[in-house]
Design a protein around this ligand. Structure first.
Ligand SMILES: NC(=O)c1ccc[n+]([C@@H]2O[C@H](COP(=O)([O-])OP(=O)(O)OC[C@H]3O[C@@H](n4cnc5c(N)ncnc54)[C@H](OP(=O)(O)O)[C@@H]3O)[C@@H](O)[C@H]2O)c1
Length: 346
């Protein structure tokens, strides 16, 4: 419910506080996780807030839970952030078996490793990251419950009236990154059966934390008078606080053979309408280019709703937060989503 939330978010401290607020449902189920909860690929856009939410949920439940944030930590500041928040870190290179074997054994593994951008220029790192790393993780954590982050990019684009791709649809996307993401899922599935490791593949698109996301990309263009090409006419967008809550609750859905679940907003956003709405907030007329194409990358959320219930943040509050964030000069990660790409070349 939107009334749970402030009208605006005005600082990163406040943002992190709101972003890592565990839902009552998560607090109720966090007891199902035993120590240590190992998060692999934790130093990216989602890992820090996921780890802190898990910690806050465990504290609220009075459930002692050790969390290990494992990553390459290309940026040492992120490792320091975890340590400052009382979360243990471990450096790991998921492409090196001896490094993976040094990770602590665990019954619960949250897998966040991925590689997407730069694929067109050099596809092989994308393929090796999205195939070898899942294999080594599955081997090391044989028998553990694994929640593995996947993406809505595993689906082809569909017409708006199709109602979004469903979990049972064929995974036949265009492009090397989307197909490497399909391979990531298939490897986890295979080893889940092989090692009897209960698995949930989480097909996410697109998470938002104000510092990044599709809506922030559009807001940035409108605010800076840059053209907005609406050829990718529609998209789903989810508040990362909701995404994090759902992801941590996905341990309860892990099965052999694997469960796949779409994780995104029930709402389908119109690219053009969102640009116009940001224009109203900024007192600008957006420079709209192109025409909406017949198809877009959209996911159906019926299964998500059935299993985990509705999002907590609904309506246009996320758009209001982002408009305010842009106006006050809130920090942006400078990592555009490139959601508008239609040929699979990332
Ligand atoms: N954010 C979204 O909206 C979104 C949407 C769809 C799918 N997803 C999926 O969700 C997952 C998490 O998202 P995210 O946005 O947090 O991703 P991200 O920012 O790309 O973070 C992934 C992390 O994986 C780590 N990593 C890559 N290769 C590694 C290796 N060989 N060994 C150890 N660590 C390695 C990187 O580590 P270092 O920084 O330590 O080098 C990076 O920080 C990703 O797999 C992505 O495919 C996210």
């Amino acid at each position: 419910m939107s009334s749970l939330y402030p009208a605006t978010i005005d600082s990163e401290t406040q943002l992190d506080q709101v972003l890592t607020d565990p839902s009552p449902e998560l607090v109720a189920t966090i007891r199902n996780l035993s120590s240590p909860l190992v998060m692999i690929g934790a130093s990216g856009k989602m890992g820090p807030s996921l780890a802190l939410m898990a910690k806050r949920a465990a504290e609220a439940a009075g459930h002692p839970l050790e969390i290990v944030a494992a990553s390459r930590f290309s940026n040492q500041d992120t490792a320091a952030w975890f340590e400052a928040h009382g979360i243990r870190t471990q450096q790991v290179d998921m492409l090196t078996r001896s490094s993976v074997q040094r990770l602590p054994k665990s019954e619960n593994v949250l897998y966040l490793v991925g590689m997407k951008f730069g694929t067109s220029a050099d596809p092989s790192p994308t393929w090796v990251t999205n195939t070898l790393s899942p294999m080594l993780a599955a081997e090391h954590f044989a028998g553990a419950r694994v929640v593995a982050l996947s993406t809505g990019n595993v689906y082809p684009m569909t017409r708006l009236d199709y109602g979004g791709s469903r979990e049972s649809d064929s995974l036949t996307p265009i492009g090397e990154y989307p197909n490497a993401a399909v391979a990531r899922e298939r490897l986890f599935e295979y080893f889940s059966r092989q090692f009897h490791s209960p698995l949930t593949n989480v097909r996410l698109n697109y998470a938002h934390d104000l510092r990044y996301g599709v809506l922030s990309d559009i807001a940035y263009k409108v605010y800076h008078d840059l053209p907005v090409d609406v050829s990718m006419g529609y998209f789903n967008a989810i508040w990362q606080g909701d995404a994090n809550n759902y992801i941590l609750r996905c341990f309860d859905l892990c099965t052999v053979p694997a469960t796949a679940i779409n994780l995104t907003s029930r709402k389908v956003y119109s690219h053009r309408k969102v640009a116009e709405l940001f224009g109203l907030y900024f007192g600008k007329v957006p420079q709209i280019l192109g025409l909406e194409q017949d198809t877009a990358l959209l996911s159906n959320t019926d299964f998500l709703l059935e299993k985990l219930g509705p999002e907590r943040l609904e309506g246009d509050l996320l758009i209001k937060w982002i408009a305010n964030w842009m106006k006050i000069g809130g920090r942006l990660l400078g990592k555009p989503t490139h959601f508008e790409i239609r040929d699979g070349k990332f």
